[in-house]
Unconditional design. Structure first.
Length: 277
């Protein structure tokens, strides 16, 4: 084999190696981005960890190796949300709601009862807004099984007398029960819960909110603790499902992989420069 042919072989090999290293570095960067987001949201109520998945890139054939598929590195194929149950933390606040099991809360703008414009979340840190409706801290109202806003009045008129709200409770089926005075009870609504044909295809919208897509399918809204739906735990919040030890360990490994690839890229680039020069 001529010297020129050998030199060309090495140039091709080095070029492929540089491509492989770069793809590996891009994969490490994507993984670091996902891990950083997980760690930043470790204390976010109802947050579900994300996990980057990768697939090999193949070339059909090369002139310097055996025929068949030769690896050309990694390509980020998907970022999946891991929807395992987070730990429940007791708060004793009636409007702090946790879902134990499957399902998502439905929230949306005031008076908006259209499923396609609603948001879905596992964050159950609710409160009463200025108008007396159960809402998220961002001002999105919690929706009932009928997609209505749930109002908690401070008083009602019963038999011509004003009765003031004395207690409020939400049971595991999502029924919002109020007592006025000493013995007047009212059911104010029932918290709705959403399921999807493919929950992994929901679109992230920031603030721990998701929206339905054509890929996820339309929301199936029913009552908590029915069918596959989980139950409501009032006075508790679901914490994130992040394991900080695991995330930090994986981050260190990804940083080391990126650093090693960076050094190797520098070496291969210098070799290519010498071969071409």
């Amino acid at each position: 084999m001529k010297v020129a042919d050998v030199r060309l072989q090495f140039i091709k090999r080095t070029s492929v190696m540089i491509s492989v290293i770069r793809s590996g570095m891009n994969a490490s960067l994507k993984q670091l981005d996902v891990l950083s987001n997980n760690i930043a949201n470790a204390r976010t109520t109802g947050f579900k960890k994300s996990q980057a998945t990768f697939e090999d890139i193949y070339a059909d054939k090369t002139s310097f190796g055996p025929s068949g598929k030769i690896g050309h590195g990694s390509l980020n194929s998907d970022v999946r949300i891991m929807r395992s149950q987070g730990a429940l933390e007791q708060t004793s606040e009636v409007l702090d709601l946790a879902i134990e099991g499957e399902g998502m809360f439905i929230v949306g703008a005031a008076g908006d009862n259209v499923e396609t414009t609603a948001y879905f979340t596992r964050d159950g840190s609710f409160q009463l807004d200025q108008a007396g409706f159960i809402s998220s801290p961002e001002g999105l109202r919690l929706k009932s099984v009928t997609m209505d806003d749930i109002e908690v009045p401070t008083s009602i008129i019963e038999d011509g007398a004003i009765m003031f709200l004395s207690s409020l409770s939400i049971d595991e089926t999502g029924s919002v029960n109020a007592q006025f005075g000493e013995n007047v009870s009212r059911v104010l609504g029932q918290v709705g819960m959403a399921q999807f044909p493919d929950i992994n295809q929901l679109q992230e919208n920031g603030r721990n909110l998701f929206r339905a897509t054509s890929a996820s399918g339309a929301a199936e809204i029913t009552a908590p603790f029915t069918g596959v739906n989980g139950k409501i735990i009032s006075g508790a919040l679901e914490m994130s499902n992040i394991n900080m030890t695991s995330e930090l360990t994986t981050m260190i490994q990804a940083q080391q992989a990126f650093s090693g690839s960076s050094r190797l890229l520098q070496s291969e680039t210098e070799m290519l420069r010498r071969l071409i020069g």
